[in-house]
Each structure stands twice: as C-alpha cells, then as structure tokens.
Design a protein around this ligand. Structure first.
Ligand code: SF4
Length: 412
C-alpha cells in the first residue's frame, strides 16, 4: 500500500472540524433578510414573490439580530444575508455596514436582476461586504435563464461577477443541480475556472417551495455527480450544499488514492459519471490544494433565520426551532429540542443511523424532513449501504482516529 508521510499528513485533514463546541455556537449564520424577489426560479426554496412581506423583521429588530449574532463572540460566525433577493431591502447597505462594524464577515447572496448594478456591487464592498454569491445553473444563457425563469439573468450574472472581482470581493458561484442541468456541470466547471471564484458550491435540490416541481437526481446519478465533483476539485475549490454525503465520497476516494486504486476498480460508477468526466476534458493537471469539507450540518454549526424571524436548522428545513421575536437566538440554537436533537448523532434513523460515516456526514436533514416529515430519517438521495466500503480501517485513519476507536463509536 503506497502510504507516504505526505499523503498521511494530507489524510489527517480529510474533513475539517471546527475547533469550538458546535453545541454552543454556530459556524455559519444565514439570514433571509427579505423573501421578495423579481425572479421566478424553478427551484426557489422560498417560492419568492416580487412584493415584500410587511411582517419582515423591522430595521430595529434587524440590528438586534445582528447584535445577537455578533454576541457569539470570536471567532465570528460566517454571516450570509440572503433572500428572496436581499437587494429588495431598501436598508441593505445600512445592514451590511452595521454587521461589518460589529465584526461580522458579511456575505451577500443577491439575485441577478436589473437592481444588481456594478455600481451597487462597489457600494456594497465599500459598506464592508467581503463576499458575493452568484447563481450559475447553466453555462449558457439558454440553460441558465430557463432555470431562472427570466431572460437576461445570465448576462447580468456575468457582469456582477466581473464587478465583484474588480473591486476585490470574494466570489462564490452557486449551482443548483437537477436532472435538467446535470449534464451542463462540466461546462459550468470550465466557466468557473476561466472567470475565477473562491468556491464553487453545488446545491443538491431539496423538494421544498417551487423545487417540488423539478425532477431530482436519482441516488445513482447523485453518486456519479459527486465523484465528478471530486475530480473537478483537483483544481476548483468545490463544496456541496444539502449534499452532505459528498464527505463520504471524499473519504472513499482519498482512501482509494492512498492504496493506489482507481474508483472504477472498487466503486460502482455509472454512465452519468462517465459522461460528466469525459465532458470535463481537457481539465488542467495542476493539482491545487483540495478544499476539505467541514463537519457541520443542519443545527450542528448551521442556523438559518427567516425573513419573519423563525429560526431553522437549515434554510431548506421548513420546521422551526423557535422565533427571535420571542426568544434569544443563542437560546434557540443551544437549547431548543429540535436543535439539540439534531446534534445527537445517536438519534439518526434508517441507513444514516447505521452508517459508519454518520458523524462526518449525517445526511441532509432537510431532504429527510421534506420527503418523510421526519427530520431524523435517512437521506433518500444517498444510496450508500452502511458497512459496504471495503476499507473501513482507512476511514478511521482519514478522520484522525485509530480504526478500533472508529468502529467502537459506531457500535456504541
Ligand atoms: S447513509 Fe446517511 S450518513 Fe451514511 S453516507 Fe449516506 S447520507 Fe451520509
């Protein structure tokens, strides 16, 4: 088995784990500052409408929420303002400026409408914004605008992308993958490579909001897409959203690499993988530092606050653990039954409950809830049969534990 010191050093960091207690403080806070949006995207979680809800958190309530997020203390959680389209809030610049003045690293996830001008991007940067997320669901206007429901969105996205890079903002490109755009992923990967981005974040559809009507991937296609993303991740900094079992794929692939084995020799990779992998070529051979996934999940490092103040373990998990209008955010995050239950891995059910990867992965709690009404059920998009990976001891080493400890944890 080719196991060099260098490979082992890399393996020890296969999955990042926050250095603080995720039961006390989140790693990332996402706030839906409004649900209003002028687009009509086919997958919209929020089923956003053009008009703002009069029940949105007021400017005063919004500043109080920002104060509560800042009160978690250093290291400050990542703070994302999303929507709907956050640009529909007239006090957006003040909110960014206030959050920045409280020491929060602010990211924004706007929609590419005529409101998102290059000059607004520069003003946001001046107000203290550090990163901008833009959606690219197809590598051409034809695919992307069909997904987004409005013509011209693709061109405006490219303009905002350029403006963001010019004024020094970090850029994250978000791609929601569904059956209709799955085979466009290699072309999107090349677009991200050419134009440059800090991260390419691939969202795996959860059937909520308007996303109910989109055709999802099968578990086999999802597996193939994730293996393709691992390959693209030699050059791009790839992450997944609501695709937690990508962490399992990373561990499996790293374990096979350490043994000098090709995935095709050991794992069942299907025709979708072969089609995506073929279309990715030519892909640069320069390996960069792979972005290691982080061990967080719904309610376990992650918290979402809706436009009306309800607090959710994820933006795609429609059940709430509380409301910031009636209880402090920290209290809901630390003590609400829904959040504490989600942090107890022993409560997971079905295949996720029996899986040796559960602590690192845990499956999409949002998808489990959306499809079964039970947030602890197995993730139906993952086809893994627990115990079927042939080198379990290697996984224990990859996550920084001796194999015996790893096995004991799962059987306890
Ligand atoms: S069975 Fe559940 S915990 Fe295991 S890899 Fe799949 S989604 Fe993750």
């Amino acid at each position: 088995m080719p196991e060099t010191g260098g490979a082992y050093a890399q393996a020890r960091f296969a999955i990042r784990r926050p250095s603080f207690d995720l039961g006390l403080r989140p790693f990332i806070v996402i706030w839906e500052i409004t649900r209003a949006c002028d687009l009509a995207c086919a997958h919209c979680r929020a089923s956003a409408m053009p008009e703002r809800n009069p029940g949105e958190l007021s400017p005063e309530e919004s500043r109080s929420l920002i104060d509560q997020i800042a009160a978690f203390g250093p290291p400050a959680p990542l703070f994302v303002m999303t929507g709907g389209d956050p640009v529909k809030r007239p006090d957006l610049l003040e909110l960014v400026s206030y959050a920045s003045s409280r020491g929060l690293p602010v990211s924004l996830s706007p929609s590419a409408t005529p409101l998102l001008t290059p000059s607004l991007v520069r003003e946001l940067r001046s107000a203290g914004l550090v990163a901008l997320s833009l959606s690219v669901d197809g590598a051409s206007a034809q695919v992307h605008d069909a997904f987004r429901g409005v013509d011209g969105v693709f061109e405006r996205t490219l303009a905002a992308w350029e403006a963001a890079r010019e004024c020094g903002l970090k850029v994250q490109i978000n791609t929601t993958v569904a059956k209709l755009n799955m085979l466009d992923l290699p072309r999107i990967a090349h677009l991200v490579l050419e134009r440059g981005a800090m991260t390419w974040s691939v969202f795996f559809l959860v059937p909520v909001g308007r996303g109910i009507s989109l055709e999802q991937l099968s578990p086999e296609e999802c597996e193939d897409v994730m293996h393709f993303l691992y390959d693209a991740g030699t050059v791009l900094r790839v992450k997944t959203t609501e695709g937690h079992h990508y962490k399992r794929i990373v561990l499996e692939r790293m374990a096979l690499e350490r043994r000098g084995l090709k995935p095709e020799q050991v794992l069942k990779l299907g025709p979708t993988y072969r089609a995506l992998r073929g279309a990715l070529e030519p892909w640069p051979a320069r390996p960069s530092e792979r972005r290691t996934p982080i061990e967080i999940n719904a309610g376990r490092g992650f918290v979402f606050i809706s436009h009306v103040g309800s607090v959710h373990p994820s933006g795609f998990l429609t059940a709430a653990g509380g409301d910031v209008r009636t209880a402090p955010l920290a209290q809901i995050y630390r003590k609400s039954p829904m959040f504490t239950e989600l942090r107890d891995m022993a409560k997971l059910q079905g295949r996720c409950g029996a899986c040796e990867f559960a602590r690192m992965c845990g499956g999409s709690r949002s998808r489990a809830y959306a499809t079964t009404g039970n947030h602890l059920a197995e993730d139906p998009l993952c086809g893994y049969v627990p115990g079927s990976f042939p080198f379990p001891g290697d996984i224990g080493e990859l996550v920084g534990k001796r194999p015996a400890e790893h096995t004991a944890e799962r059987s306890a």
